[in-house]
Design a protein around this ligand. Structure first.
Ligand SMILES: Nc1ncnc2c1ncn2[C@@H]1O[C@H](COP(=O)(O)OP(=O)(O)OP(=O)(O)O)[C@@H](O)[C@H]1O
Length: 436
């Protein structure tokens, strides 16, 4: 679209935009100091190997031999191994089908996408390392804009159903190439989380449900086909134990640090703005590189902003965008329940006088031409690149701290909070993991 080509344009020659006096403090030249390393996953030689107990192996073998290609939903409490088992399952299904669908529904810790997204992928390459998630391009993605479905279960489920319907229409119609699908679900399985899981199961009608159980009985899902009315016919249910039950050492598996994982994933996501051969080993190097990357220039008049989880006074809409992460979407898609999102961007600066936003994103320029909708949620720029020791980040100003605080207040005050009962707590929200 010609108009969009003009509205979002790369500025290869120009230096980073001047900070708006209304929103930024001056950026002093940073002095060199030792900078902390980007927190990285443990080095391969220290990281524990993935255990494949016999019940995991036979479940994967059974599912891979299923005819027709199955729709498999993997569920269980937080930290029980759902993602690890799903990776194993992708690798088991690939030799037979060549391509495997994957519906990523965990907005706190997505498998192939950055935090805050639900997405559907078609995977055609085996997962090389079963321990860690990696980025892969999504077929379709929805930006939910928070790390827990708690704030807006309806929009969360609408996004999930939209992605599932997209996949079914494209890849499950008889006569076309029919692909298997794996649906990895969040670990929030109590209270509202349980109700949402039931809705997912009823909507998707998987052909196989894999339930992972941990040693902590009270954290597990109920036995049987808990989402169906009595007497209704259901799918195959395969129950497997969290892998620690079978561990040779008998020790519990290493628990995840949800917040740290999210931060690393966002850092990795924005590293994609640079060629892979550029070394960006520290937070400081990445912060500098991002700050000096020529941004896209977006005219206020060419974009609409949608606030996903809070309202903002009209006068504050642009200021509130400064130094935030936004989902990049197209307003034509708003006819559907949730617009598709092509990726994330950092609003690097705002020039209120000229009516311009400056955006950094790893999304390819061809995909940006149709973008005219910015989705603002509650996914923050990782602190590790926002606050680098020894320099004042160009995103950072005293005003900005106020902006973030104000935004959080809007979010808290303007959304009617869900009533949370005991135990009804999204583990991603509190970062508490289930015991196994
Ligand atoms: N079979 C296994 N072998 C080795 N480690 C495992 C295995 N299963 C799980 N783990 C480890 O346990 C932790 C949780 O695993 P995983 O992320 O797969 O769980 P999850 O149920 O998807 O968690 P969440 O609900 O929080 O997304 C990770 O550190 C993972 O590496």
């Amino acid at each position: 679209m010609g108009k969009r080509r003009r509205s979002i344009k790369k500025q290869p020659e120009s230096p980073p935009p001047p900070a708006s006096p209304a929103t930024h403090a001056p950026c002093p030249v940073p002095s060199p100091v030792a900078s902390p390393k980007i927190p990285a996953p443990p080095a391969p030689e220290q990281a524990p190997e993935v255990l494949v107990p016999p019940d995991w192996a036979s479940a994967a073998a059974f599912i891979s031999s299923d005819i027709p290609p199955p729709v498999v939903l993997v569920c269980g409490p937080a930290n029980s191994g759902k993602s690890t088992f799903s990776r194993l399952l992708i690798n088991s299904l690939l030799p037979r089908y060549g391509r495997v669908g994957y519906l990523d529904t965990d907005v706190g810790q997505p498998e192939f996408s950055p935090p805050g997204c639900l997405s559907v992928h078609v995977v055609d390459e085996a997962i090389a390392d079963l321990r860690y998630p990696v980025f892969r391009e999504a077929e379709r993605c929805c930006f939910y804009g928070d790390i827990s479905s708690k704030r807006d279960p309806e929009t969360y489920l609408n996004s999930l159903f939209l992605l599932y319907t997209y996949f079914v229409e494209k890849y499950r119609y008889p006569g076309s190439e029919v692909l298997p699908l794996i649906v990895n679900t969040p670990g929030w399985v109590k209270g509202t989380g349980f109700d949402m899981l039931v809705e997912m199961l009823r909507y998707i009608c998987p052909t196989i449900v894999v339930q992972i159980r941990t040693r902590m009985q009270r954290k597990n899902l109920p036995d049987g086909m808990f989402w169906l009315d009595d007497g209704q016919a259901g799918p195959n249910v395969i129950i497997i134990d969290a892998a620690c039950h079978k561990s040779l050492s008998g020790e519990s598996l290493k628990r995840k640090d949800g917040g740290g994982t999210r931060e690393r994933r966002l850092v990795e996501y924005f590293k994609q703005c640079f060629p892979s051969d550029i070394s960006l080993a520290t937070n400081k190097e990445l912060a500098y590189a991002l700050a000096s990357l020529p941004p896209y220039e977006v005219s206020f008049s060419d974009v609409t902003v949608t606030h996903l989880h809070y309202e903002v006074p009209r006068t504050e809409i642009w200021r509130c965008l400064n130094a935030t992460i936004v989902g990049l979407a197209n307003s034509c898609d708003t006819a559907q329940a949730v617009p598709w999102c092509v990726g994330l961007g950092i609003v690097r600066g705002i020039d209120v006088e000229r009516g311009l936003l400056y955006v950094i994103t790893p999304v390819h320029v061809d995909c940006l031409e149709s973008i005219d909708l910015l989705l603002q949620g509650l996914i923050d720029i990782p602190r590790s690149i926002l606050q680098v020791k020894g320099c004042v980040s160009p995103y950072m100003s005293t005003n900005l701290r106020d902006t973030i605080r104000e935004r959080d207040l809007y979010a808290r005050n303007l959304n009617s909070p869900l009533v949370i009962q005991n135990g009804d707590c999204d583990p991603d929200d509190s970062d508490s993991d289930a015991d196994m």
